[in-house]
Write a protein that binds this ligand. Sequence first.
Ligand SMILES: Cc1cc2nc3c(=O)[nH]c(=O)nc-3n(C[C@H](O)[C@H](O)[C@H](O)COP(=O)(O)O)c2cc1C
Length: 222
Amino acid sequence: MKIVVINGSPKGKDGNTNVLVNAFLKGANNAGAKSVNIYISEKRIEHCMGCHICWTKGPGQCVISDDVLSVLMEMGDADVIAFSSPVYFENISGMLKTFMDRMTMIGGPQQQKSIEEEKDLKSSNVQGPKLMMISSCGHLDESEFSVTSHWINRIEKMHMELVGEIYFSSGKYLKETPEELKEQLSNYLQLVEKAGSEIGKNFKLSDNTKKFLKENIIIRNK
Ligand SMILES: Cc1cc2nc3c(=O)[nH]c(=O)nc-3n(C[C@H](O)[C@H](O)[C@H](O)COP(=O)(O)O)c2cc1C
């Protein structure tokens, strides 16, 4: 079982979101998964030019020569792909979106057609890697993740089953935790670790873990 994280924070390893990713991967690795955490910030990734030459020449045949292909190759044998991003202006980071746009080169016109026609793309029928979303934001407001959640649920239609969403609102507390919130945060990170362990073992989250993750998006002084 292989998990590939596409880490879309410009702050990469030092980002708040990476604290969530590390906890998730710790759980997954302890459950026997092999994982790779790819920092987009360390890669050279140009914008998609929209020429669609990849759709006529074949998968991976992009006119731009940069680091995208090597990342896509790492993703090629993944069982789970986890996208991670800070919330930027109510959305995913530009860095992650730029990478996603370049994933066009592994699709084709038939994929676009399937989406338009809303064909039978229900998760249960879907083959291919499972999908996870991990994000942190600054404001104490879970609606900050509305766009991200909507987006990742739409991406699921591209033949990937969404198995979990992990959102945490008080991003700065992940790196600099006030004394009075330390226990709550530590409990929350253990929950994220458990989520990683469940994905590592069963490729899915239990209903309880999903429920607790949702209930703990915000931590604040009681
Ligand atoms: C350009 C920019 C835009 C942001 N926009 C939002 C926002 O719309 N809502 C929010 O709650 N936080 C916003 N934030 C805060 C980040 O989402 C938050 O600090 C996050 O934890 C950063 O994660 P990182 O350290 O992994 O990059 C923004 C931060 C930056 C730099």
